[in-house]
Ligand binder design. Sequence first.
Ligand code: MN
Length: 431
Amino acid sequence: MGGLGDLRGFLNELRRRGAIREFKEPVAIEEAYRFIRSNPGAVAIFEDVRGYDLKIATGICGSRELIAAAIGIEPAALHGALNEAMRNPLEPGEANSAAFSEAEPDLSHLPIARYYPRDGGPYISSAIVSAKSPDGSIENVSIHRMMVLDRRRLAIRIVPRHLFRLCEMARASGSRSLPIGVAIGLHPSVLLAASSPAPFGVSEYAVANRLMGGGLRLAELGNSTRVPFDAEIAMEGEISLEELEDEGPFVDLTGTYDIVRRQPVVRIDKVYKRDGAIYHALLPGGPEHAILMGLPYEARIREAVAAAVPTVKDVRLTPGGCCWLHAVISIEKQADGDGKNALLAAFAAHPSLKHAVVVDSDIDISDPAAVEWAIATRFQGDRDLIIIRGARGSSLDPSADQESLTTTKLGFDATRPMSKPRDKFLRAGSG
Ligand code: MN
């Protein structure tokens, strides 16, 4: 499947495999969103949404198997492919013309709705936002939730990362706004790359293009920002550096409501759509959200742990830990202390990480019961636990100190002690 660069190609492949539920009958937008909310992880497309000329697709990035299929690799190769793409980004080509054409610039024509009843407003949760530095030398692409304020305006949540930095650079150069390109309805590789911790200065489009084996092509919009030429929906607009609005509340990765904040306003100038455009509805707190955020950080943790303990076997940010706050790492232990070194490397690689467990390579880390078994039979709290108080934590964790965002981190070294006979710790009938 590698080389098929757009969302439609991937959806066709899912249809061929019978891996997508197709709703061909007309549905009301509320019905579609109720289905999405009640069936987290369902892969589905609503072909006929009453009152809209767009389809709604959901769930397409909701598992590591789906993402791997989209890229055309095995799930076990995902970490390596992501790390390789971040190390060797490849500048995409430019398309002669875009697959989309201009539509009326009116957000009410897009099938955007509230995912949960208490949401602050209708939300876009699957859009990438691309922007450049004032001299055009740096491009950034990232995913931001955007709440519809009216037909032409959105409130955008911007955490102090790369887009924030571009806003500050624009402000310092005397601008009152930052031009942006927005795209919705994208190949999973583009969404995954836009979620990756590529360093500032590396365009996530180049990371996506490497993941896609050079298959990504971009179109330049009137304001010089770039979007994938085959995006289902593209928008041209700007982030105001002066105007703020209340943004939220919104359900975040933990499945709990985030707080309301004053956030920048986006003004939309132009909207483009493909014929029969597909709107990607991405359930906040659902599996797509978790996999897209977690997978790139698993890859990063794996690389960091490998530098400390060369025999790392696998890494998971676990679903129970929201694919963000809890990690399990398996290693081929060579010496006492390897487990603790692996834990320290993992905490350094992913600042939001709160609890981490390291186990031996005979433990299947995708099985929570197997991990618990390792803790039950190979872990002693006085000897194998690391406690780090007052460390920087995740703003998503409601139990963290919400003022200072500090948290207590725990590392569980559930590997076998080297000094005791190996047999004593093996499950009968294994290895
Ligand atoms: Mn970036």
